[in-house]
Write a protein that binds this ligand. Sequence first.
Ligand code: PEP
Length: 247
Amino acid sequence: MTPGVRPLIAGNWKMHGSMAEAEALAGAVRDGAAGLPADLLVCPAFLHVAAVARLLGGGAVAVGAQDCHAAAKGAHTGDVSAPMLRDAGATHVILGHSERRADHGETDAVVRAKAEAAAAAGLVPIVCVGETEAERLAGQAEAVVERQLAGSLPEGFAGVVAYEPVWAIGTGRTPTEADIGAIHAVIRARLAARFGAAGQGMRILYGGSMKPGNAAAILALPNVDGGLVGGASLVAADFLAIAKAAG
Ligand code: PEP
């Protein structure tokens, strides 16, 4: 944790669930959210954002999306813009998740343009960075993360950074606490060098197989200001237990 920074626990629901299931999950998170030592955010699929936002009604649990287009509007079949998300009740958007970088060929430049669009629409961008297993084994984890940060964060960035080692996502494997601490220290140094005091206080989330059983140890590390949670965010009790572990 960073002194003076309230943790953020964000759930990435990915492409899971029906409308009714998304609403039930959101309701269960809301009902358990009181008194937790962290801000809570849930990020349903595009189709469910408006319904979940309506249900949560601007209360203690915020709503985000998992992507947005870099343009505010236009002929982009199948895409969703940042202003549309804002209009639907979202306050945050995850950008540059490794699944989007891999499945949709998103480059750092694309992620940067999306982060600019998100900020222009009044959304808080959560920009994901993280190395593959091959890059880690080659000793390049820090260099990859530094390169992604330099390329993906726009000037004046005022969002959240999520460190998500690709090989830890959905695998049940996590880096050692020392390795998480080392990368988060590198990210903090880069943010402070580029954004000054704002960078010192910017939230840096860890993501990758975070569970109730490992959350307390990870969230206690310096420069770990919360978590981006995939699988465990689909079970309200697990997601809330992770948030509780931030205290
Ligand atoms: C993610 O995809 O952002 C993630 C962290 O997934 P999981 O928690 O399932 O590893």
